[in-house]
Design a protein around this ligand. Structure first.
Ligand code: KIV
Length: 279
């Protein structure tokens, strides 16, 4: 789709209506230049707290703050025109009470301009989701593997392999849909669980490591671009391999500077070629 000056931004309600229709395309985005590049191809840009790991070098998402999320969400809003932009509430910014969740959602939406928030948790967060939705905060839920619970889960491991876990994920999906979430991210689970969840609820499921049996897909952009190379989960497909290209560019620049090949005459103000303007 081409993006024109009149392009209307997709809303959470538009995404909600895509249940069972054309798959929802979602990528994480954290900066203005990346948002600009992703916007024409994506329905949803998620300002994920994964930025703590892929941009800031933390081992988990837990050290991410609300201030960091708001700053990156604002950057993504400035770089996009068509995609719906949703921001993750970070660890500790919503679990205490529904009122705390509302206060921080309101701040994130007012200060960044984004359309809603994502929070992790199923049945346990249903009351909070209902509270937020009832007060005008569109909520994207997140069930299955929940990275903010990494310590409680004992690591980043797929969920739903046992019958009991599968039942819990299904109950979580029903609870968040019933509480009014406009869609739900289903992370790190089996194809059978993803299919059961997608069939059981009337809001779109957006899978990550959850097979094709979802109403849409999301990937961490740094993973799919080959920029985050610390580890590659099984579910990631790399659509580019940018890390070696960037390292090679930095090495070529360093070699030029050390050999005094850069800057050349063409990069110097007031020197020929006469036709070149300031750059
Ligand atoms: O933080 C994030 O990027 C996410 C996606 C992986 C869904 O929650």
């Amino acid at each position: 789709m081409s993006v024109t000056a009149e392009t209307k931004r997709l809303t959470p309600s538009d995404l909600r209506l895509r249940k069972g229709a054309e798959p929802l395309v979602c990528l994480t985005a954290y900066t203005t230049p990346m948002a600009r590049l992703f916007d024409p191809s994506c329905d949803l840009l998620l300002v994920g707290d994964s930025l703590g790991m892929v941009l800031y070098g933390f081992d988990t998402t837990l050290p991410v703050t609300l201030e960091m999320m708001i700053a990156h969400a604002g950057a993504v809003m400035r770089g996009s025109r068509r995609a719906c932009v949703i921001v993750d509430l970070p660890w500790g910014a919503y679990q205490e009470t529904p009122e705390q969740a509302f206060r921080n959602s309101a701040r994130a939406m007012a200060e960044s301009g984004c359309a809603g928030v994502k929070i992790e948790g199923g049945e346990v967060m249903a009351e909070t989701i209902r509270f937020l939705v009832g007060r005008g905060v569109p909520v994207l839920a997140h069930i299955g593997l929940q990275p903010q619970s990494v310590h409680a889960l004992g690591g980043f491991r797929a969920q739903g392999k046992s019958a009991a876990e599968a039942e819990r994920i299904l109950a979580d999906a029903r609870a968040v849909a019933e509480a009014g979430a406009f869609a739900v991210v289903v992370e790190g689970t089996t194809e059978a669980v993803a299919r059961a969840v997608t069939e059981a609820i009337d809001i779109p499921t957006i899978g990550i490591g959850a097979s094709a049996r979802c109403d849409g897909q999301v990937l961490v952009s740094e993973d799919m671009l080959g920029l985050f190379t610390e580890f590659k989960p099984r579910f990631v497909k790399r659509y580019a391999d940018l890390a070696p290209a960037i390292a090679a560019a930095a090495a070529a620049y360093a070699a030029d500077v050390r050999a005094r090949r850069f800057p050349g005459a063409e990069h110097v103000y007031g020197a020929p070629p006469a036709a070149a303007g300031p750059q």
